[in-house]
Structure formats: structure tokens, C-alpha cells
Design a protein around this ligand. Structure first.
Ligand code: ADP
Ligand code: MG
Length: 729
């Protein structure tokens, strides 16, 4: 087996970069080649059908069957010209990935032959036999049927020979069983609430979009080395492995030159992403060795989420053609940085205004401050929920470690914006809003320097940082579906904006002029949401204490954090905005707890296997060699000299005995602890048991394995080491 380790290491060193075929020097020539975008809709659909479809996409207008049939016909023609033979409803169940079931475009023609067919009925709705998707009990108590329904707001695309149709996935009884359905509802809610608030400033606004620009971090590992690590293969992370002597301490990887084999992978990935209409723009090395980042230009939130799901599967596929495996796990390697997925979020109007960007006039700045402060209020009120929305068994390794935001949500605004808010808080309403001449009202909202847009001061430790024209939610995990965080954030902002409008309207009904009513409520909010603002070091111990004093959610146990979804405040928020019902929230939490338990359970099993099959036998074999040597020393040297010369070996023999004994005992104890936990019926309690008793054992056992790695003969060690996994390109 050790032979295998050396063979794969050697092969990894010898692997050459793959030649990448570039379709054209100009990305604009192949961008969205495989997407049925407006240009293709116009070409393949009758004009009246095109107009109705665009209305459905932009304004959510309903499509009748006849139109759907025509759309399906055009789509099929376009897809078949690209070589598609199948179609699939592409959806996002409550797992980490996407789901698809392919059907061919064939039907009996009634004359004993076949014809290519794809109708509006097949486009609009399907009934996948999806009883084995996570559903938290919803599908067991009612009919076991689920529906997938077309989401016209995200364009269909072709991957290989299949036409992929983005869909929502819901139960027979209407509950959502996926990420997309509640996301669309959250986006609808924030649109409505934000449009209403925009009308204070501009009556022409008809629509407000939420934007998302994600930054995807990932690791690459040589495929051969990956295959020789059962823990990577089965759990996505290394459950053992001593730190390499060199890792990221020289800070020589971040923004460094991209290794050629990796560069070829990136180029290939980017071409294929662009062909799928994903506007990828930025790539660079990340902090840890073999860690990289990819970011597109931001897009409308629902589309951006779909594109992120699509790129994660594309990355997996393309990596393999370059002899790599991509690791999307939040913490594949201990001791070096983990991977996140910053979610850059903002709101913008159909009139072209970015609502999180400062303007030039006092009134534009009041609008800007209105949206910023309401966002802060939303994040303050629901900071625990926002944390729950990004929490998972895998992201738990990253949060709170000294590299990613702590398990406390706070917001960094930077000095300039903080000063503006402080000024508003400290001045009286009369000072801020003076009666002027013709225009009735003068505003003393400090002019915010344009420099702010450049966003010079940054705070990498903040989980929710203002960055010039957007907020950056930095706590999202690399493997996560962004929808989870985007559902929580957009719904919280929708609820908050709705309440803001009610308060302002009430003051106006009492006779207060509009601007002073807005300023009045904003000033109260600035005071109220102060605890969420934190510009200091989010990694420090003092912050944890300070945050607790401020009443922010400081819970660190992943399964307990999920309780936030069922708090009275959260349920009220989701129900009042029409995003999710209590029943849906309960069902989704069951899924979260169950998933948490299963992940830890799998890790515990894999570690147990590795210990018994790889670690302990090798350590004992080496120990026997040393024992043999000690005996032989006694045969050739006088007693006293033999003992002296064998002292070192005896110490190692002793250490191996101690550590293997500890490891074996704890693996047994872990099995027992699992038996106890598995008997617990309640999913939450079971997850808590896994978190409290089993997860810590994984770390305790690992500690001794990593120590053994340091003393056992390298030639005998079967598993590729960190220095091999992380430094071979
Ligand atoms: P950084 O590493 O400095 O955070 P990147 O360029 O890597 O910046 O990523 C920034 C992301 O934020 C990109 O996806 C970009 O398109 C996106 N972005 C920029 N402006 C906005 C905005 N107003 N709303 C949402 N996303 C935005
Ligand atoms: Mg960023």
C-alpha cells in the first residue's frame, strides 16, 4: 500500500497541464452559446409568444398552455440543433447539489415509429418520483408525490446532450421541498417592500431586484492522491494528517502566480462557464496552498444562485478532465484556511439605481441611508437566524476559527459611513431637517465623499461588511447553496422595510412632512441597531464577551443554532412575508438535524475504518521492527551498551504503544457513543448528541494519529501526507 502512495505522488509530479481549446479570442462570441436567452427566444419563437414569455420572466405573468406549447416547441428546436436528445427538470432539493432526471425527446408516432416530442405540459410541470429526497416528514404524512415546476425567470440551458430546465420542487400539498421556491418568494417579498419605500423618493420605480455576486473558493487536489485518501473520498475532508512543515506562513500563495496545470483548468472552466452564460470575471490564488477563487459579475439573485449551483457541478466535471479533484468542503485541511463563499448583496431598481450606493444629493443620500439602516436593523433583529442560515456540519469547522468570521454576526460599516450615522444620531431632527425656501425642506445629511465608493477601509474579520455599494456576507460556506442565506437576508429586509413604511406612514398621517418622518424613524433605528455595528477585530476574545453583553447570538453548537429557524421572531417574519409557513420551517429543520447527524456519523465510521486498517497496523508493524532491533542489539552488544543504544527506539516503542492503545479505546468508545445516540428518536436531540459526544472524539483521536504520523517510518505510511496533498500541482 505504501507503494501506492509513492506511485501516486510520482505520477502527480509528472502530470502535465492539459491543452485547452479556445473557441475564439473573444468571449463575447461564445458567451451564452448553450443558453436559451432573449436573443434565441426572439429567433426561435413567434413574436407574440416571445412577448408573453418576456412578460412572464420580468413580471411573473402567467403563461397559458398554448403559449407554453409554443415555447416548448422553440426550445426543443434550438436544443436539438445543439445536439440535445434529452431534457430534464433541474432542481435544488435540500441536499448540497442539484437533481435531474433525464427523459428523451421521443414519443410513439402512432404509426409504429418514433418522433421527437416536447410539449408545454412537459416543460411546465413534472412529477419526479422523488420520495427519497430530504423532506423532513412532509411527504410521509401526505401524498408521497412531489412536483417540479418551471421557473421562467431563469433561462433553460443545454449541458452535453440534455436541455436543462430550472424548476422549483414542491410537495403535492404545496410546501416547498427545495431552495428555489422560498427564494423566489423572498425575492418577491423584498421587491414589494422595497418598491413601496422607493416611492418616498421616486414614484417611477416599478421593481426592485436583489443582486448577488458570489465569490467561490475551492481547493484542487491531484486525482491520484485524492483516490488514495478514503477520508477525502468519502467525507470531502481529511480526518487526519499532520500539518506540513511549510503551509501558508510565508503568505506566498495568495495572489501568487497561478501554477500552469491549475491555470489550464481555470481557463477550461471559464470557457465552459461563459458558454453557459455565467459571467465569470475574476480568478486568483487564495491564502492556503492549492486554494483558489473564482468570481463572476453580480447578477439578479435567483439567476446568480442557479449559476453558482451550475458552476459547482461544472468545476467538479472539468477538474476531472485535468487530473484534479475539486474540494468544495469548507475545511478540507486542518491548520490552513478553509473555503468560504462571500455573498455580495445589494438592491437595485428598474430605474437603474443601486440602493446601497451613496448618491450626489442630500435626498439621494437619505435614500441610501434609509436602505442601509433598514438592512442593519434587519440583520440586527435576525442575527441569530442569519447565522443559522449559513450553518452546517461542514461550515462549523470554519466559523470561529482564526480565519473566517466568528460564529457571531456583526456588521462593519467603515469610518465614513459610521460617521454619517453618528451625525444623524447626535443631531436633532430640527437640525437635520430645516425648513427651506421653495422646496419646503432642507436636509443636513452629510455629503458622503465619492471616495467611499472606492471603499478603502476594509475589515476582513467582519461577517457582514459594507463595501461601497453593497454588503458582503462573508460567513457563507463554500459548499453551501447561497439560496439559504439569501432567503434569510432578503426576507428579513422585506419584513423590516414593510415595518419601516408603516411607521413613516403613521407619522405622516399625524401631519409630519415626509422627509422629517423618514429622518425621525431612521434616527430611532440607528440607536436601536447599534449593537450590530462592530468595526474592531472579530477574531478577538474580547469581541466574544462584548457581543454577549450586547445581546447578540453567540451560540456555537450547530444543531442548537438551527433552533433559530423556529423562534417566534423567525416564524413571524417568514409567515408575514409569505415566504415559509411554520410547518415548512419545522420540516426543513428536521432535514438540517438529520443531515448534521449523518455527516458526523459518516466521518466517525470512516475514521474508525482508517484507524483499524491503515494507522494501527502500520504503527504496530513499525513498532515490531524496532522491537526486533532492540533484541538484536542485545545479542551483539554488552547489556549496558545495548540498553543505551536502544533508548531512542524504546521511547518510540513506548509512544506507539500508548498512542495506539488510546486510539483503539477511543474508537471503541466512539462506536458505543454512536449506539447510544442512534437510539434517540428526536432528530434534534440526536444531532445534539452527535455534536456533544461524537464530534469531539474525532478530534481527540486525530491528535494521536497525527503524532504517530510524525514518528512512524515514512516508507510504511500508506496515506498521502499534507505536504503531498497540498503542494503538488
Ligand atoms: P473582493 O475580493 O474585493 O471582495 P471580488 O471582485 O472578488 O471582490 O468580488 C466582488 C463581487 O461582488 C463580484 O462578484 C462583483 O460582481 C460583486 N458586486 C459588485 N458590486 C455589487 C453590487 N452592487 N451588488 C452585488 N454584488 C456586487
Ligand atoms: Mg469579497
Amino acid at each position: 500500500m505504501a507503494q501506492l502512495r509513492f506511485r501516486v505522488v510520482e505520477k502527480a509530479f509528472q502530470t502535465k497541464p492539459k491543452e485547452v481549446e479556445v473557441p475564439s479570442e473573444r468571449p463575447s462570441e461564445y458567451f451564452a452559446k448553450y443558453v436559451f436567452n432573449r436573443e434565441k427566444m426572439f429567433k426561435y419563437l413567434p413574436t407574440s409568444v416571445y412577448n408573453k414569455l418576456v412578460d412572464a420572466m420580468d413580471n411573473g405573468a402567467a403563461l397559458d398552455r398554448e403559449v407554453a406549447d409554443k415555447v416548448a416547441e422553440g426550445m426543443k428546436r434550438w436544443a436539438m440543433e445543439l445536439g440535445a436528445t434529452h431534457y430534464t427538470h433541474w432542481f435544488q432539493p435540500l441536499t448540497e447539489g442539484t437533481a435531474e432526471k433525464h427523459d428523451a425527446f421521443v414519443e410513439h408516432d402512432g404509426k409504429g415509429g418514433m418522433m421527437e416530442e416536447f410539449s408545454g405540459k412537459l416543460l411546465v410541470q413534472q412529477e419526479p418520483d422523488a420520495s427519497s429526497f430530504p423532506n423532513g416528514g412532509i411527504r410521509n404524512t401526505f401524498e408521497a408525490r412531489g412536483y417540479s415546476a418551471w421557473d421562467p425567470s431563469s433561462p433553460v440551458f443545454v449541458v452535453d446532450d440534455t436541455l436543462c430546465i430550472p424548476t422549483v420542487f414542491i410537495a403535492y400539498t404545496g410546501e416547498s421541498l427545495d431552495y428555489k421556491a422560498p427564494l423566489l418568494k423572498a425575492l418577491r417579498a423584498v421587491n414589494k417592500a422595497a418598491v413601496d419605500v422607493c416611492h418616498y423618493f421616486d414614484p417611477d420605480v416599478k421593481k426592485v431586484m436583489a443582486y448577488l455576486g458570489w465569490e467561490q473558493e475551492y481547493f484542487l487536489v491531484d486525482e491520484g492522491l485524492y483516490a488514495a485518501r478514503p477520508d477525502l473520498l468519502l467525507t470531502g475532508r481529511t480526518l487526519m494528517g499532520h500539518e506540513a512543515s511549510k503551509n501558508q506562513q510565508l503568505e506566498d500563495h495568495y495572489f501568487g502566480a497561478i501554477p500552469t496545470r491549475v491555470a489550464a483548468f481555470m481557463k477550461d472552466l471559464e470557457i465552459q462557464a461563459l458558454e453557459l452564460g455565467i459571467p465569470v470575471k475574476t480568478r486568483h490564488n487564495e491564502v492556503a496552498p492549492n486554494q483558489f477563487e473564482l468570481a463572476p459579475i453580480f447578477e439578479e439573485c435567483n439567476l446568480a444562485v442557479d449559476h453558482n449551483m451550475l458552476i459547482m457541478s461544472l468545476m467538479r466535471k472539468v477538474a476531472r478532465t485535468h487530473g484534479f479533484r475539486v474540494l468544495l468542503h469548507e475545511k478540507p485541511f486542518k491548520g490552513v484556511n478553509g473555503s468560504g463563499k462571500h455573498n455580495n448583496w445589494s438592491l437595485g431598481t428598474d430605474t437603474g439605481v443601486l440602493l446601497m450606493a451613496p448618491g450626489k444629493t442630500a435626498e439621494e443620500n437619505l435614500r441610501f441611508i434609509t436602505f442601509v439602516v433598514n438592512t442593519l436593523m434587519a440583520v440586527y433583529r435576525h442575527n441569530g437566524l442569519l447565522k443559522a442560515s449559513i450553518m452546517s456540519a461542514t461550515n462549523a469547522h470554519r466559523l470561529g476559527a482564526n480565519e473566517a468570521p466568528p460564529a457571531i454576526i456583526s456588521s462593519f460599516l467603515g469610518t465614513q459611513l459610521s460617521r454619517v450615522l453618528d451625525h444623524m444620531e447626535d443631531s436633532s431632527i430640527d437640525e437635520l431637517v430645516a425648513l427651506g425656501g421653495k422646496h419646503g425642506m432642507k436636509l443636513d445629511i452629510p455629503q458622503i465623499p465619492e471616495l467611499l465608493i472606492d471603499n478603502t477601509d476594509r475589515n476582513r474579520t467582519s461577517p457582514f461588511a459594507f463595501t461601497g455599494n453593497r454588503f458582503e456576507l462573508r460567513a457563507v460556506g463554500s459548499e453551501a447553496n447561497c439560496a439559504s442565506a439569501m432567503i434569510a437576508l432578503n426576507t428579513a429586509v422585506a419584513e423590516q422595510l414593510t415595518e419601516f413604511k408603516q411607521e413613516v406612514d403613521k407619522l405622516m398621517e399625524g401631519g409630519e412632512p415626509k422627509i422629517s418622518a423618514i429622518v425621525h424613524v431612521i434616527r430611532q433605528y440607528i440607536k436601536k441597531c447599534k449593537p450590530i455595528r462592530f468595526d474592531g477585530n472579530g477574531y478577538s476574545e474580547e469581541w466574544k464577551e462584548e457581543a454577549a453583553r450586547r445581546g447578540l447570538d453567540c451560540e456555537t453548537s450547530c444543531p442548537v443554532i438551527f433552533d433559530q429557524y423556529l423562534s417566534a421572531d423567525s416564524v413571524r417574519m417568514f409567515e408575514s412575508t409569505g415566504v415559509m409557513t411554520r410547518k415548512e420551517l419545522e420540516a426543513r429543520n428536521e432535514v438540517k438535524w438529520e443531515t448534521y447527524t449523518k455527516k458526523i456519523q459518516i466521518e466517525a465510521r470512516v475514521l474508525g475504518d482508517l484507524v483499524m486498517n491503515h494507522i494501527v497496523p502500520v504503527a504496530i508493524e513499525y513498532q515490531s521492527k524496532l522491537i526486533d532491533n532492540v533484541y538484536k542489539m542485545k545479542n551483539i552488544f554488552p547489556e549496558e551498551k545495548a540498553v543505551r543504544l536502544s533508548a531512542q527506539n524504546l521511547a518510540i516503542i513506548d509512544e506507539i504503544a500508548d498512542r495506539t492503545a488510546y486510539i483503539k479505546e477511543h474508537v471503541d468508545a466512539m462506536v458505543e457513543a454512536r449506539k447510544v445516540a442512534n437510539k434517540i428518536e428526536n432528530e434534534r436531540e440526536k444531532a445534539v448528541a452527535y455534536h456533544d459526544t461524537i464530534a469531539p472524539m474525532l478530534e481527540q483521536i486525530r491528535y494521536h494519529i497525527d503524532k504517530l504520523e510524525l514518528i512512524v517510518d515514512d516508507r510504511m505510511w500508506t496515506l498521502p501526507k499534507y505536504r503531498e496533498l497540498l503542494f503538488i500541482r
